[in-house]
Design a protein around this ligand. Structure first.
Ligand code: PEP
Ligand code: MG
Length: 319
């Protein structure tokens, strides 16, 4: 079966009727980087940088991070590297970081909130990213942004990072800027933020958690945490239409993108790109290459009109 799938590796990622989608890879540890090109991904759509912190004894400094981002770029042979800034919070214990206990870490100081309240850590990471951008295409994206003020605040730190690099006579390049849309607030507030953004990536794992008020890590909530629910489909659809209206590229990097059954819906809703776990990429690509865009659009309209989770799951099963 693996062998049959590898036949898809070098095919263009287009439907039978010629609609192209960019397929990227999610990377959450160093060993995954080498699989990205093995499966023919057009780069990394989500580089979960917090793994650098979990395995370390101390916060990696600017130079260490710079080197690591450059290594990742190098292994991508000129394809894009989408670096998500540290998505840390009280749920991930990192002994050497300043973290206080929270009763409700998912609703606490995590993602961009942590970064904005720890400017030194954030600016160090941004400097390393900007320096690496001198060596290849980099997208920088922020997790858990709800609101334009957070984005503006983060952008002030990017300017400070650039000023420091100029002062220190270190070379750097430009990055594309994006946010992970993973809260309902981000979806509703997107029109105000889009003029500042080059791209958006939908994080369906957290978007599902925060829309349904269901802890994504609680094994007893499987029923309350479906693969797809009507509300999440509506929020994805809203996000995509906001992005289309503003002419901003829209991707998806949640686990949903790694499920070949969801491919028809996701493409039919109008996503430009999907970022997938490397081990699932060729399965998803097979679903793309075998299908027709016109059918995916009809399928997506049909699925978006359903109100029952069971019906949605049955409909995507058949795709
Ligand atoms: C998401 O929330 O969908 C996402 C891609 O990020 P993570 O799973 O790392 O929270
Ligand atoms: Mg997330």
């Amino acid at each position: 079966r693996r062998q049959a799938l590898t036949a898809y590796k070098d095919l263009p990622s287009s439907t039978q009727d010629g609609h192209s989608i960019t397929l990227l890879a999610n990377v959450g540890n160093l060993s995954e980087i080498s699989h990205v090109t093995d499966v023919g991904a057009k780069g990394i759509g989500l580089f979960r940088t917090e793994f650098l912190l979990m395995n370390a004894k101390a916060l990696p400094d600017e130079q260490q991070q710079y080197k690591l981002y450059c290594d990742a770029l190098q292994s991508l042979n000129g394809e894009v590297l989408s670096i998500r800034t540290f998505d840390i919070g009280a749920d991930k214990e990192i002994p050497y970081l300043e973290q206080s206990h929270e009763d409700n870490p998912a609703l606490g100081i995590r993602g961009i909130r942590y970064s904005l309240s720890h400017p030194d850590t954030f600016i160090t990471q941004v400097k390393a990213v900007l320096r690496a951008a001198n060596h290849g295409p980099i997208r920088l994206m922020f997790p858990m942004v709800n609101q334009i003020e957070e984005l503006e605040h983060a952008m002030v730190f990017i300017e400070q990072a650039k000023a420091q690099l100029i002062e220190q006579e270190k070379g750097f390049g430009e990055v594309s800027l994006g946010i992970v849309v993973e809260t309902p607030a981000a979806v509703f507030n997107l029109p105000s933020m889009l003029p500042l953004l080059d791209f958006v990536s939908i994080g369906t794992n957290d978007l599902t958690q925060y829309t349904l008020a269901a802890d994504r890590t609680n094994p007893n909530l499987a029923k309350q945490f479906p693969v797809l629910s009507p509300a999440v489909i509506q929020l994805m659809s809203m996000t995509i239409s906001h992005c289309k209206q503003a002419g901003v590229k829209v991707s998806l990097c949640g686990e949903l993108g790694s499920d070949p059954r969801a491919l028809g819906l996701l493409v039919g809703l109008g996503l430009d790109e999907i970022s997938i776990n490397p081990s699932n990429l060729l399965d998803v690509k097979a679903a793309l290459v075998k299908g027709r865009y016109q059918d995916f659009i009809i399928h997506a309209q049909q699925v978006a009109s359903l109100t029952r989770i069971e019906e949605i799951h049955a409909a995507i099963q058949q795709c």
